[in-house]
Design a protein around this ligand. Structure first.
Ligand SMILES: Nc1ncnc2c1ncn2[C@@H]1O[C@H](COP(=O)(O)OP(=O)(O)OP(=O)(O)O)[C@@H](O)[C@H]1O
Length: 236
């Protein structure tokens, strides 16, 4: 479903991604972990085409990631949600649905709006939404087009406990439906319970890429301890 080969991204002189390669099979849920500045958001932004890569190949569903065919397959939930100031919550869902030719969007919209306590906010304009509400709208817009592949960049940030609970539930549902998910997060516990595999980044490299049981093999350490060990600087 996703193939990343030799991805390099530089910001000026700084090499934020140092030739990384990985793939996601269809139906896999993969957690992307790493300390602040490790390169998680840069990786996701390069894949979804928001940042121009310096080199490397990225294929989504076998298509170049910049192609329309690839863009039909995935949704992206950014770290910082962007909404349209002058569209209401309901209009966001209608707009995305029409762009993606979703026919039964009203029913789906109702379900997601209800799940995220947005029913009574559906006529509120984007510019009047709180950060958490914007994040909820962003998630609802991504889900309504029923993508095969989803990229979540720290989806829980800004959400209230109820929304976090429902988002975890949605992850389970998406996994059961065979969706492929790459989720960047600092919530190690959630990754441990939901992800088939974990990729750990440090300084623009992938320093760990395996299932949680394999990463833990021959060790009594928790995933959190392993993460801290793999991402520590040797002089610490
Ligand atoms: N627009 C930018 N211009 C210059 N450098 C950038 C830019 N965006 C990110 N970087 C740098 O690239 C590196 C990777 O940043 P990135 O945002 O991908 O990390 P991250 O793993 O997502 O971090 P966090 O957990 O804090 O969100 C960091 O050193 C960061 O300072």
């Amino acid at each position: 479903m996703l193939e990343v080969n030799g991805l390099v991204k530089r910001y000026g002189d700084q090499e934020a991604l140092k030739n990384i390669s990985f793939s996601l099979a269809g139906g896999e849920v993969v957690g992307l972990l790493g300390p602040n500045g490790a390169g998680k958001s840069t990786t996701i932004k390069c894949i979804v085409g928001l940042l121009r890569k310096n080199s490397g190949d990225i294929l989504i569903g076998g298509y170049d990631h910049q192609s329309i065919e690839a863009k039909k397959i995935f949704s992206y939930i950014p770290e910082t949600p962007h909404v349209y100031d002058l569209l209401t919550v309901q209009e966001h869902l209608q707009f995305v649905s029409q762009a993606y030719y979703v026919t039964d969007w009203q029913l789906k919209a109702e379900r997601y709006l209800e799940l995220y306590d947005l029913i009574d906010k559906k006529d509120k304009l984007g510019r009047d939404l709180s950060k958490g509400m914007r994040q909820k709208v962003s998630i609802c817009c991504a889900l309504i087009c029923d993508p095969q592949l989803l990229f979540f960049d720290e989806p829980m940030i800004g959400l209230d406990p109820k929304a976090i609970k429902h988002t975890k539930m949605l992850f389970k549902e998406l996994k059961e439906d065979g969706k492929t998910i790459l989720v960047s997060t600092h919530m190690i516990d959630s990754v441990e319970s939901l992800a088939d595999r974990v990729m750990i980044m440090k300084d623009g490299n992938i320093v760990g890429n395996d299932t949680v049981p394999n990463l833990k093999a021959n060790s009594d350490a928790s995933l959190e301890d392993l993460f801290l060990e793999m991402t520590s600087d040797s002089d610490e």
